[in-house]
Design a protein around this ligand. Structure first.
Ligand code: NCD
Length: 325
């Protein structure tokens, strides 16, 4: 079946990867290609005629083994805006809960001839395993504490639209780095694109492999935020914690929660980000989160749809073209 590109004059060049399992291993060109197409979709989504037929005849399946509101909805909206048929399967209502293995799930999906599968799973590596068993393209929508590539792409797009570039920006990722797939994907992406990344967290919330990631580490918000262009706050991922990682929420907010007092140590025009869902009064003060001049939190959600449209478009075209060879 012929699928039409976004517009004849801007037909996307073939994307060199079958799946999007993580940011690690992507080149600056791969990332720029995804961001450039996302930018086009962001503009298109703001204008009239948002519904396209780019992926008409394609089937996109969202397979979520973990609860999700914004990521699942964002993939669904992205697929629908491109004219694809979109199916949502969530673990609560599927046979997986009845004991089906991941491999059996893959076989079932193969029989349905999906073009793109967006998968979220609580275990690191599960999405990759599934990608080795299915015939379609797979997007990692978050696997355990490992990676969440579309989140890092939407964060990068949001920053790039505000600052014009990523190179040489100083970005602080603050909070629960140890359990955060958002942090890991952002570290890979920002460093690949020439930004400088630091993490700010108590030692208990830092992952053991941090040195390998090549970031600067701070245990104090004042020093950690000094001269930063972007302050990205992360949720305490209590669902992934076994044991106690912080003495109390009150104390955590006092030392690591972002409020105006701590924000003044960053650059005067520093921008605030958060992937959501936010825990107000835990990692971020409500007023700071809602500051329309500084907070990019709603723009991140908007850019999420554009990024997922670009990913679905490039990967679905790749699958169709590979099948046509
Ligand atoms: C993040 C996730 O699920 O990893 N959220 C998201 O995708 N919007 C971060 C989080 O849950 O805190």
């Amino acid at each position: 079946m012929a699928i039409s590109p976004i517009s004849p004059e801007s037909a996307p060049p073939p994307y060199p990867h079958r799946h999007l399992l993580g940011i690690e291993g992507l080149s600056p060109d791969d990332i720029s290609q995804l961001l450039d197409l996302s930018e086009e979709y962001a503009e298109q989504s703001r204008g009239r005629g948002r519904k396209l037929s780019t992926l008409s005849g394609c089937t996109c399946i969202n397979l979520f083994f973990e609860n999700s509101t914004r990521t699942r909805t964002s993939f669904e909206l992205a697929g629908k805006r491109l004219g694809a048929d979109v199916i949502n399967i969530s673990v609560g209502s599927s046979s997986i809960k009845k004991g089906e293995t991941l491999i059996d799930t893959a076989m079932t999906l193969n029989a349905m001839h999906a073009d793109v599968l967006a998968v979220r799973h609580p275990d690191a590596g599960a999405v990759k395993l599934l990608s080795e068993k299915v015939n379609c393209a797979v997007i990692n929508a978050g696997d355990g504490s490992h990676e969440h590539p579309t989140q890092a792409l939407l964060d990068a797009l949001t920053i790039r639209r505000r600052r014009g570039h990523l190179r040489d920006l100083q970005v602080a990722l603050c909070g629960d780095i140890a359990h955060s797939r958002v942090a890991r994907s952002n570290i890979y992406l920002l460093q690949t694109m020439g930004a400088r990344v630091r993490v700010v967290a108590p030692p208990t919330l830092l992952p053991p492999e941090l040195e390998r990631l090549g970031v600067e580490v701070f245990h104090d918000m004042r020093r950690g935020l000094a001269d930063c262009d972007i302050v990205m706050m992360l949720r305490l991922q209590r669902e992934r914690m076994q044991g106690t990682f912080v003495p109390s929420i009150r104390e955590y907010f006092r030392f690591f929660g972002l409020d105006y007092e701590k924000l003044q140590f960053a650059k005067p025009d520093a921008l605030i980000m958060h992937p959501g869902p936010m825990n107000r009064g835990v990692e971020i003060d409500s007023q700071v989160a809602d500051d329309i001049d500084r907070s990019l939190i709603h723009e991140q959600v908007e850019m999420g749809v554009a990024v997922r449209m670009a990913c679905l478009d490039l990967l679905a075209h790749g699958v169709r073209e590979a099948g046509a060879l």
